[in-house]
Design a protein around this ligand. Structure first.
Ligand code: GRF
Length: 194
């Protein structure tokens, strides 16, 4: 039973998918801590409603940076909760040394494109603007780069001629919710073997 820590800044639908997979018995894991940098993020509400432990990451009023002290505090909170694997689920700040050092090789992210295409923000809109005929999502390990770590799993979806950014993102999210729990199970099995 692997202990997961989840970091998110938004709606938390991927956290919900992970939780649903645990409840359904398809993922042997426990979510021991859910942290967000956004006080009113829906992910915190979902987590509280599910009876999970939550916490707020204090980014000292900075809108996009993840200050070192905050990373240190986050690493400590995750470590104290016994987290073995961190799952970023719509977390909007780049991780740096304190967190990467403490949890190196034990951090996953879900990204809404077929990496290495369209890293960074609003990847579904990037795919649409580029006229791509296919996009999708990627689960990957997190390193110091922007969406550059080793790929664990991917799923493709078509881009339709009448797609809007929202309709494409919704189609991608259906696949995210399927592959993220599967990828976590795969990584957990590998960690057990090591
Ligand atoms: C997802 O599209 C994920 O790929 C990206 O941010 C979004 C988070 O959605 N990193 P949610 O908060 O899990 O609903």
């Amino acid at each position: 039973m692997i202990r997961l820590g989840i970091l998110g800044s938004g709606s938390g639908s991927n956290m919900q998918a992970i939780l649903d997979a645990i409840t359904a018995g398809t993922l042997e894991a426990e979510i021991v801590l859910v942290l967000s940098d956004i006080p009113n993020a829906y992910i915190l509400e979902r987590a509280t409603r599910a009876g999970l432990r939550t916490g707020l990451i204090d980014c000292r009023g900075l809108t996009s940076k993840f200050p070192e002290e905050a990373q240190q505090e986050t690493a400590e909170a995750l470590h104290q909760s016994g987290v073995e694997l961190i799952c970023l689920a719509g977390f909007m700040r780049l991780l740096r040394a304190p967190l990467l050092d403490t949890f190196g090789g034990r951090i996953l992210n879900i990204h809404p494109s077929l990496l290495p295409s369209y890293p960074g923000l609003n990847a579904w809109a990037q795919a649409l603007e580029a006229g791509a005929r296919e996009s999708g999502c990627t689960v990957h390990y997190v390193d110091a780069g922007m969406d550059t770590g080793q790929i664990v799993a991917q799923a493709a979806v078509p881009v339709l001629s009448d797609d809007t950014a929202e309709s494409l993102h919704s189609r991608i999210q259906i696949e995210e919710h399927r592959i993220y729990p599967e990828a976590i199970a795969k990584v957990a099995a590998e960690m057990r073997r090591d």
